[in-house]
Ligand binder design. Sequence first.
Ligand code: NAP
Length: 306
Amino acid sequence: MTSNPPLFNRVAFIGIGLIGSSLARAIRKYHLAEHISISTRRQETLDTAKALNLGDSYTKDPAEAVIDADLIVICTPMGAFEAVAKAIAPALKTGAIITDVGSVKSTAVKDILPHLPAGVHLVPGHPIAGTEHSGPEAGYADLFPGRWCILTPIEDHESDAVEKVKALWLACGAKVEIMTPDHHDRVLAITSHLPHLIAFTIVDTAAQLAEDTQKEVIQFSASGFRDFTRIAASDPVMWRDVFLSNKEAVLDILGRFRDDLDQLTTAIEDGDGALLEETFARTRAIRRSVIDEKQHIPDSKPPKKS
Ligand code: NAP
């Protein structure tokens, strides 16, 4: 997983939270760039990134960060993508590659592409890896090995720009899959977005219960509820942006989920044990396939410095 000479001369990060700092750490670890420049919105985060030695140069100005960069990785919440694209566009060099790590790919195309000058390549990406923690201290270089990174290129899939972004993720230990932005958004609506929405709902419902009951919920949370609380602790701004960006696919899958929930509700009302058992046997088999694919180990680990 080492690269010699490095894949890129200069890589710029716009946003250096959990995902940006994990990728910056991996780029350092595997020596994939000569120079890493880092830009983030708040001075406090910039100071933390510097203290953690995540890059070689630091600035609050995104346009300054991208000067001479061969690769720019946008790692902010998706609600900031358009403003970031507008801010960096005039400073991009011809031939530069822009990628991102946003969780909804049609948004990356809609909000970034129209602002890019000719001669700059957009290769949207989404690493399917993460934890419920945020900020530069939460990242770690080994977040990506064994995880999928989905690229949704709009230009020729065989182009140099796509190949270079693919090589970056492979060098960080990820597995790479290529698909269209819309297909990505439909797949992620069921595998990630709906489960998060369910977790947010269950935990919020519990939180609204009478105080006595709420204490019991926390006290006896060792069973299924505990896993929901971990998912529901995910970053509120990021998840607000996911649901606003992937509205259509999420609403579609939510409709199908409601139908299935109604069916199980009716089975409980009618005492239809056979239907319940049949459904649970199917879902148990799916868990086995997830294990076979080695996608069952959670990414979540306590924030650590590396
Ligand atoms: P994070 O830890 O909260 O870091 C966000 C970064 O973006 C920080 O550097 C923050 O800067 C900056 N930022 C926040 N709001 C901004 C704004 N309005 N304008 C400019 N910069 C802003 O976030 P993250 O978890 O790394 O997520 C980043 C991206 O990765 C998101 O698009 C998300 O969809 C995607 N993603 C997340 C996960 C996950 O599990 N978390 C997994 C895959 C993909 P300051 O701290 O300086 O304000």
